[in-house]
Design a protein around this ligand. Structure first.
Ligand code: B1M
Length: 221
């Protein structure tokens, strides 16, 4: 198999042995395809995760195997991270407090958002997973954030995000931080029509980490 497809298979099979040499080869322009770390992630690793999600959703893959796939994905991203272009990573463009919402453990996407924003000059305070809105607000206050970012992959998390926005309304904090939302269970319409209607501040949807990056500048202003 070509190295890109091999990497895809590694995610699907949760096979970490030989991962680093395949990643090296994928980045190698002489002996391999010379892909950028981000292309490796976006084209191959995420394709593998997509298959994992489909199989899991169809009951063809059990949870421990999904966990193994997630571990390989995380190891691959951690290995690629130092190879990424950090020429714009000086910080100072604005600060985002980033969290996976209460009840949700999925953090691969959130951590990609962290990497992309950090490498492009934003300061990211990454609170981790299962974060209640009270902790997110406290961190946004403590770090004087410009933006609050919430990630969540469960359908349940889309409800939690709505509750979080209502909590910001209730505390009179809706105008203080614009909110960026992302995660596979959200839709643009849900965020930009339904949630935007009830939130008294600004809320935006990012389909992926790059859309999140593009939205940061107008949100920080
Ligand atoms: Co879970 N899981 N999982 N899981 N898991 C999903 C989400 C699911 C869709 C799988 C399925 O059924 N097909 C399903 C949810 C169904 C639903 O809610 N209707 C599901 C389920 C059911 C569960 C459990 C409940 C299973 C169980 O226990 N029975 C459980 C949940 C526990 C909990 O949260 N309380 C669970 C657990 C797990 C693992 C621990 C095994 C593992 C997570 C490991 C980890 O993250 N550390 C896992 C995984 C890996 C998945 C799938 C297969 C892959 C998720 C992933 O990492 N994708 C997932 C299937 C799917 O998503 N279709 C699934 C890659 C990642 C890069 O994408 O996070 O979407 P994503 O991020 C994208 C964009 O969404 C965006 O940018 C990223 C790319 O650029 N983005 C943002 C994300 N956040 C953003 C924030 C932003 C901006 C953009 O700004 C703030």
């Amino acid at each position: 198999l070509p190295v890109g497809e091999r990497l895809e298979r590694r995610i699907i099979d949760g096979e970490a042995k030989g991962l680093e040499s395949d990643l090296d080869l994928a980045m190698d322009a002489e002996n391999g395809p010379g892909l950028s770390p981000l292309d490796i992630i976006n084209v191959h690793l995420l394709e593998g995760m997509k298959v994992v999600g489909e199989r899991f959703g169809a009951g063809e893959m059990q949870l421990p195997f999904v966990l193994q796939s997630a571990e390989v994905m995380k190891a691959a991203v951690a290995y690629l991270e130092p190879h990424m272009d950090k020429s714009a990573a000086s910080g100072g463009k604005g600060r985002i407090v980033l969290a996976t919402v209460r009840g949700d453990v999925h953090d691969i996407g959130k951590n990609l958002v962290d990497i992309i924003l950090t490498n492009n000059g934003y300061d990211v305070v990454n609170l981790g997973i299962k974060q209640p809105i009270t902790d997110i607000i406290a961190a946004a206050e403590e770090h004087n954030a410009d933006v609050i970012g919430m990630s969540g992959l469960l359908v349940k998390s889309t409800v939690v995000m709505k509750e979080n926005l209502l909590e910001l309304n209730q505390r009179g904090l809706a105008g203080r931080w614009p909110v960026l939302l992302g995660g596979a269970a959200l839709t643009r319409a849900y965020v930009e029509d339904d949630l935007a209607d009830l939130f008294e501040g600004t809320v935006r949807y990012a389909r992926d980490a790059f859309e999140g990056l593009a939205l940061m500048e107008p949100l920080v202003k």
